[in-house]
Unconditional design. Structure first.
Length: 335
């Protein structure tokens, strides 16, 4: 039987705190479409986490949240700057362009998932011409697709020139809890100039839910109409909101993320294969040839070959020390 412990943090169950909050929300009658007390409480906790005054909505997936954000920041004849391996560029089936009615993506290079500032500067300096979609926004990801974490200063270096050109800024925080557990200050997000921020839920240990935080008040107008058209304003919205109460009211979000990060560090320390990218959050990327990966799968462990050809192992809130040791032992037998 295949084990998916390390295939992705998406494969883990939901945390007890998140599930208990859903059960608690499942009583009595309330208003719908996110106008209920559960959604209001969850939004207050998100605002407290970020120390901001912002509109907060809860949607079903990171793909939807990202695509809606991109569509709000760029017009159909414009494009969004992003790392070439960002989720919006590689794993969302054209959703940014679909939701944005043609919005394009300009892919930028950079080591280990972080945008090279020089590449960003060069892209920003490109002249507007009629035959190419000009940049109108910048999309960033923290933690990155390669498990690295931008510091506040690194993000500031990228956001500053974008804002100077009048670009909007979107932050994909599918694994922002892991970034925060690694030292990133969530209370600095708004001050950096981020307009739309996706606070990840599913990868952090919740059932399918993400929080869309509208930090730019000018983008909040008619946001519910935009969400409704996109199928992201569910009638029983309290069940998307409730997990955030369970995860935020006593610090479970960051506590579980810190555990996932610690398990990744433990796995990296025991890893017999070459680790390719810095292990700063909850993922470990290694060099492994195809026959060896096939033998790993045959031994019952599933892991993905990733975008750059490495093999990725991801830890979650539910990863145990025993599982790390079992996997490490199996990997040692493959050398």
């Amino acid at each position: 039987m295949a084990r998916y412990d390390f295939a992705s943090d998406n494969t883990a169950p939901a945390t007890p705190e998140a599930m208990a909050a859903i059960v608690e929300a499942n009583s009595g009658f309330t208003s719908g479409y996110g106008t209920d007390a559960v959604s209001a409480r969850a939004a207050d906790l998100v605002r407290g986490l970020l120390d901001v005054d912002a509109e907060v909505r809860f949607v079903a997936s990171g793909t939807a949240a990202n695509a809606i954000s991109v569509a709000a920041l760029a017009r159909p004849f414009e494009a969004v700057l992003a790392h070439e391996h960002a989720h919006i560029c590689t794993d969302e089936t054209g959703a940014p362009g679909f939701f944005g009615q043609g919005v394009g993506l300009i892919r930028l290079p950079g080591p280990s998932g972080r945008i090279d500032p020089a590449a960003l500067d060069a892209a920003i300096e490109q002249p507007d011409v009629s035959y190419r979609q000009p940049a109108a926004a910048l999309s960033l990801t923290n933690a990155t697709e390669f498990g690295t974490v931008y510091s506040t200063e690194e993000l500031e270096r990228l956001i500053r020139p974008a804002k100077a050109r009048g670009y909007g800024v979107h932050l994909d925080g599918a694994r922002i809890a892991n970034a925060a557990a690694a030292g990133f200050d969530l209370k600095r997000v708004a001050a950096l100039g981020v307009d739309l921020f996706v606070l990840g839920g599913a990868k952090a240990g919740m059932p399918p839910t993400e929080a869309l935080v509208i930090l730019n008040p000018g983008l909040a107008r008619r946001i519910d109409a935009r969400l409704k058209q996109a199928g992201q304003l569910p009638s029983k919205g309290r069940f998307y909101a409730a997990p955030f109460i369970g995860m935020l009211q006593d610090g479970a979000l960051l506590r579980h993320a810190a555990h996932a990060n610690a398990m990744a560090a433990r796995l990296a320390a025991a890893m017999p294969f070459k680790v390719v990218h810095p292990v700063e959050a909850n993922a470990v990327f290694v060099e492994m040839d195809e026959p060896t990966l096939a033998r790993l799968h045959a031994a019952g462990w599933f892991a993905y070959r990733f975008l750059d050809g490495t093999v990725r192992f991801v830890c979650s809130w539910a990863t145990t020390e025993a599982a790390v040791e079992e996997l490490s032992e199996t990997l040692r037998t493959l050398i």
